[in-house]
Write a protein that binds this ligand. Structure first.
Ligand SMILES: [Ca+2]
Length: 329
């Protein structure tokens, strides 16, 4: 009996007080059958209940198994979908990893763009300030232009005034020139009067001093030099006439002498001597160089032909000559 139970183990259950146990393992030690046998009704009830539980369980499984299978299939499908999503996410992660460099580059470009934008904003601000200044300047120029336009309308009137002013200026300049000439004339008159008050005579731009003190030709010349003058030269008939008339018949030394004993005649005041044109002023027959000792000339007679050569040691009155430019008192 014991060997037969070990070779073919069957499902066993025991009801021990309130506990129900199932086992295919080693069967528990066999209780004392005496109480069991003493309670057959309870055992039967338990068996029935157990059977009922088994039946209900089988029925429930039969009822809910398809639904569970459907749920399981749905869950499996959802799991596959989720796996696909996970794969997609993994793929997206790798793509994102690849794009991270691009994103960083884009961030750098964004920073550069922001910097450029800041610069542009500051430039725009500067441009606004410049435009404001330009606008102010344009306003000022516009006002100035209006003033210029207003002045332009006055130009014809100003031009007429300017023409009148120019005419007046020309008249004033003419009057100034006339006044200067008058002043020069007055100054000339004053100078002449001053010289005449000192014994000089005026004739055509020159002053003449007629000394009545007889002197040798050389002493006479020294006397003229002391008066800032020289013995007179004669260059025209009118001057010759003025001189012999003013000499009043007295023989007077003039500034004509020879360069040496047999030299040419020359004027002591530096005037160029024209021998040919001067021939008309000699007394006919003169200069005769009497005694080979007549090297100085004088006005001897009251005539246009008045000159005579004479010894320089003779003493005669003399005539000094000073040009007006030398007429300072
Ligand atoms: Ca002579």
């Amino acid at each position: 009996m014991e060997m037969k139970e070990r070779e073919a183990p069957d499902a066993h259950f025991t009801v021990d007080k309130q506990n129900i146990s199932l086992w295919p393992q080693e069967p528990p030690p066999k209780p004392d059958l005496s109480p069991f046998l003493r309670k057959p009704i309870s055992l039967r009830v338990a068996l029935i209940c157990l059977s009922l539980v088994l039946v209900i369980s089988i029925v429930l499984q039969a009822v809910f198994y398809p639904r569970l299978m459907d749920k399981i299939l749905d869950v499996t499908s959802d799991a596959q979908i989720l796996r696909g999503h996970v794969d997609n996410i993994s793929t997206l992660g790798s793509v994102l990893e690849k794009d991270r460099g691009s994103v960083e580059k884009a961030e750098v470009q964004m920073w550069i763009l922001n910097t450029s934008f800041s610069r542009m904003r500051s430039q725009i601000l500067s441009l606004r300030i410049s435009m404001k200044q330009a606008s102010d300047q344009i306003s000022v120029l516009t006002r100035n232009w209006e003033e210029v336009d207003s002045l332009s309308s006055k130009i014809p009137e100003l031009q007429r005034d300017l023409d009148k002013s120019n005419t007046l200026n020309a008249k004033i300049q003419g009057l100034q020139i006339s006044l200067e000439n008058v002043n020069k004339l007055l100054q000339r008159q004053s100078d002449i009067l001053e010289m005449m008050s000192r014994g000089w005579k005026y004739f055509r731009g020159n002053f003449y001093y007629f000394s009545h003190t007889p002197k040798t030709w050389y002493s006479a010349e020294q006397s003229c030099i002391s008066r800032d003058a020289h013995l007179t030269s004669v260059t025209s008939e009118s001057e010759q006439e003025f001189l012999y008339k003013s000499a009043d018949g007295l023989p007077c030394w003039i500034g004509l002498t020879k360069a040496g004993i047999e030299g040419d005649w020359y004027w002591v005041d530096g005037t160029s001597f024209n021998k040919k044109q001067s021939e008309r002023f000699w007394i006919p027959g003169e200069p005769n160089n009497t005694g080979n000792n007549e090297h100085c000339a004088n006005i001897r007679v009251s005539s246009s032909r008045a000159w005579n050569d004479s010894s320089c040691d003779n003493k005669f009155p003399f005539i000094c000559k000073r040009s007006y430019s030398q007429a300072s008192p």
